[in-house]
Design a binder for this molecule. Structure first.
Ligand code: DOR
Ligand code: ZN
Length: 336
């Protein structure tokens, strides 16, 4: 059986920089038409010059592939409307991290004081710049995302014209929030459709499945699966593929992040063929993003996948992918 996907998009991707960028960049740019690029470098991407030079480095790493990096800035409540107007044409969204919640997020937001955030968020609303949010409090790790729903509600009601994307949702509470507010949208990763906390820590600890937000309960995963498989129009695929060198994962103080970019389309295809339809997969991996991010231009690319075994490499350079060494049912056989 052969499946064709038109212009797949990854609406949440970590490409890093330098050596790592040269390894992981082409693995996404080959099979995706574009991706929202996360700004959590060290230091974070927070100036126009920084953003433009990072985009150039990405394009260089991705060589001649037809691929658009949709750039983001690291949210700061000090961004003025004049600054945002000057950078608007160069970016697709702004990413907000709570301070210290995940990899390289130390300079993020603390306190979520609406008056402190208002000038920047009002300006983003007026300029129609979407806000992507890592939605976790610093509460108990399993409850962080559910606790953050009240902050999403505060943002959604105070800034009704702002498009707010709840990134990498992992809970049934976030799925429910989608239905409550017109201006809330979500990305869902590959790994959160497949794993629960049991897969991470129920047996021997699996560092390559450790990520933020941590995978939750089976009923949470089921809620994510439902909206993904039905091609819910407010839900987009965002891999959150987050490469770390092997030594940083297989160590005391394991870094958070699951590396899925090179296996995402193959795994999603098997999943949707089994439980849904290829049309819904097309919605999940491209059409919904096209509708939600009305400001993006998407290069044409056709990906053909066939039912042909693909053994996931043990490593890509020094990065261990999800399902390393395992056999997948679908392979990418043609890219045009
Ligand atoms: O697991 C994660 N890894 N979650 C994030 O939010 C950041 C990411 C990273 O940059 O490594
Ligand atoms: Zn991320």
């Amino acid at each position: 059986m052969s499946i064709t996907l038109n212009s797949p998009l990854d609406m949440h991707l970590h490409l890093r920089d330098e050596e790592m960028l040269s390894v992981v960049g082409p693995l996404s740019s080959e099979s995706f038409s574009g991706a929202i690029i996360m700004p959590n470098l060290v230091p974070p991407v927070s100036t126009k010059e920084g953003l433009l030079s990072y985009k150039e480095r990405i394009l260089k790493a991705c060589k001649n592939d037809t691929f658009t990096p949709y750039m983001t800035l690291f949210f700061k409540p000090t961004y003025t409307k004049a600054f945002l107007a000057s950078v608007k044409d160069e970016l697709t969204a702004i990413k907000l991290y709570p301070a210290g919640i995940t990899t390289n997020s130390e300079g993020g937001v603390s306190g979520f004081d609406v008056d402190e955030l208002r000038p920047t968020l009002d300006a983003m609303s007026e300029l129609e710049i979407p806000l992507c949010v890592h939605g976790e409090t610093n509460g108990f790790v399993m409850d962080r995302e559910a606790e953050f729903v009240s902050i999403y509600e505060m943002l959604a009601t105070n800034f009704p014209k702002l498009k707010i994307i709840m990134e990498h949702i992992t809970t049934k509470e976030s799925v429910a929030a989608l239905e409550k507010f017109d201006n809330l949208y979500a990305t869902i990763t590959l790994h959160h459709l497949f794993i629960t906390l049991d897969d991470v820590a129920g047996g021997m600890l699996q560092p390559h499945l450790f990520c933020k937000p941590i995978a939750k309960r089976p009923e949470d995963r089921d809620a994510l699966r439902k909206v993904a498989l039905e091609g819910h129009p407010k839900v987009m695929f965002g891999s959150d593929s987050a490469p770390h060198p092997q030594h940083a994962k297989e160590s005391c103080g394991c870094a958070a992040g699951v590396f899925t970019a090179p296996i995402a389309l193959q795994v999603l295809t098997e999943f949707f063929v089994k439980y849904s339809t290829v049309e819904k997969l097309q919605d999940f991996v491209s059409n919904n993003a096209r509708n939600i991010y009305s400001n993006i231009e998407i290069p044409n690319k056709t990906i053909t996948l066939e039912e042909k075994e693909f053994t996931v490499p043990q490593k890509y350079a020094d990065v261990v992918p999800m399902y390393a060494g395992e056999k997948l049912k679908y392979s990418i056989t043609e890219i045009n």
